[in-house]
Design a protein around this ligand. Structure first.
Ligand code: GLU
Length: 478
């Protein structure tokens, strides 16, 4: 019988969730869902120099906000707890010792100064900056003496110098790497903490991970990992390296060309549904190239076979388009709920629920993220301010006549249906001989604060009779 599929998202918490990290998490999640497997969250925080306090909590809350659930993880536990590597450090030393005993790792006593000098020399000779293997063949006696003197050391992988490592990746297919290009990786650092490479392999094995789905930047480290699996006599997992994420100009995705933190997209009012849908298409596409997918639909159609080799462009315009699509098509109440913080931050009183829903219904058609909804709808919640040009239109004789007529006529109307407003516009045009801009601009400015904008009946419906009359009266004395 096949083992149950188990995959993991193993971020090193650096303070925020990168969109590339979310793509890795999502593909792992989808693969697990599709195959009735398990999805694990494991925190790889053994690099204490990069430690950021609060990063773990932030990561977990972002995954929650976006709606990616995991079966095992730091906050929910599971059969292989703990899921935070800094809580598992004792374990890694034991395995490092096994590697020393079997001759697959060695003590390295080279000082930081020597290593820096070595790097400098290699840099000048335009060679790769790898370690030269000075301590690879120290005698047992030399090692013992140094250890006795408490000389600081690291433990390095004794990677073969000849031959090549050949492995299969489900995206890149056959990969071959010359062994002499692979460094003797540090496994245990001078501070006693393991490096990512050692801890990652040990945990993947102990946690029974069957498929390693991660970003392509880890492809070049895979020979080291394979060597470790073999040295321990462990079965290899399957490897799946996801294509790089690129800026629109095809350079590696970077902060400089746009936001890369998932949190900032959520803060700007990108909906989780849109983000997940957009991210799912970064390096994967369905058989029919359809674009709009809910998470549940993705769970059914996702397949590793359709992951592409070439880099995936993070197209901000496409994200805007997709978010706009979701804003317009998801349930109004849901979108209104998501929009609430933006209105509250703007200090608007949205306690009139009926009005608020109408406002969101109108606003959501004109935006690509929720942070833009305020600029589109604030005129329904605050006193209008006019530019000099608008003031001129307001004080025009014709405009004043329109306002007077409307105050009188609107007060007589029962409800303000589209038809009523249509008739009133017609009547105004006939009585005052005004048409087009001369008719619409003064009214739209009076009620909405701008010449252009939504249809008048819609604006009037949102404001309600009393507010319409109040806004018109306000302008009579201008
Ligand atoms: N901790 C690594 C990272 O931050 C995980 C790489 C892997 O999935 O093996 O990306």
């Amino acid at each position: 019988m096949c083992n149950k599929i188990r995959v993991r998202f193993a971020p090193s918490p650096t303070g925020f969730l990168h969109v590339g990290g979310l793509r890795t998490a999502l593909f792992n999640y989808l693969f697990a869902q599709k195959n009735n497997g398990e999805f694990i969250l494991r925190i790889e925080d053994t690099d204490r120099k990069r430690y950021v306090s609060g990063a773990l909590e932030n990561l977990i809350s972002t995954l929650k906000a976006i709606g990616l659930t995991y079966d095992e993880g730091p906050d929910i536990g599971g059969p292989f707890a703990p899921y935070v590597q800094s809580e598992r450090t004792g374990l890694y030393k034991k395995y490092a010792q096994k590697l020393l005993d079997s001759g697959n790792a060695y003590y390295c006593f080279c000082s930081e100064e020597r290593l820096e000098k070595l790097r400098e020399e290699r840099r000048e000779r335009k060679l790769s900056l790898m370690y030269d293997g000075k301590c690879r063949n120290l005698s047992k006696k030399e090692i013992e003496e140094k250890l006795e003197k408490n000389a600081p050391y690291v433990i390095r992988l004794k990677f073969p110098k000849e031959g090549k490592t050949v492995f299969y990746d489900k995206v890149r297919e056959k990969v071959e790497v010359e062994n002499n290009l692979v460094e003797d990786q540090i496994l245990i650092k001078a501070d006693g903490f393991p490096t990512y490479h050692l801890a990652n392999v040990i945990d993947d094995h102990l946690m029974k991970i069957t498929h390693i789905i991660r970003g392509e930047e880890w492809l070049s480290s895979t020979p080291k990992h394979i060597f470790l699996y073999q040295a321990f006599g462990w079965e290899l997992p399957k490897f799946v390296h996801l294509p790089l994420l690129l800026n629109p100009d095809k350079s590696k995705l970077s902060k400089r060309q746009g936001d890369v933190a998932v949190e900032s997209y959520l803060e700007k009012g990108y909906l989780p549904e849109a983000l997940l849908n957009f991210i799912a298409l970064l390096g994967w596409h369905a058989a029919d190239d359809r674009e709009i997918y809910s998470l549940q639909e993705l769970e059914k159609v996702f397949s590793i076979k359709r992951i592409t080799k070439s880099g995936a462009v993070f197209d901000f315009e496409k994200l805007n388009w997709m978010n706009g699509h979701y804003l317009r098509n998801l349930g109004l109440k849901y979108v209104a709920e998501k929009a609430k913080p933006f209105f509250e931050n703007a200090g608007f009183d949205i306690s009139n629920k009926k009005k608020y829903l109408k406002v969101v219904s109108m606003g959501r058609k004109r935006i690509s993220n929720l942070s833009e909804i305020i600029a589109q709808t604030e005129m329904f919640y605050k006193d209008l301010k006019f530019s000099n040009e608008e003031k001129e239109i307001i004080s025009d004789e014709n405009s004043q006549k329109i306002y007077l007529l409307w105050i009188e006529e609107i007060s007589k109307l029962q409800d303000l249906s589209n038809e009523d407003i249509g008739n009133l516009l017609k009547k105004t045009s006939e009585i005052l001989s005004v048409r087009g801009k001369e008719l619409y601009f003064p009214i739209r400015i009076a009620l909405y604060g701008k010449c252009h904008g939504p249809d008048l009946p819609m604006i009037i419906d949102i404001l309600g009779k009393d507010e319409v009359v109040k806004r018109l009266k306000n302008l009579l004395s201008v």
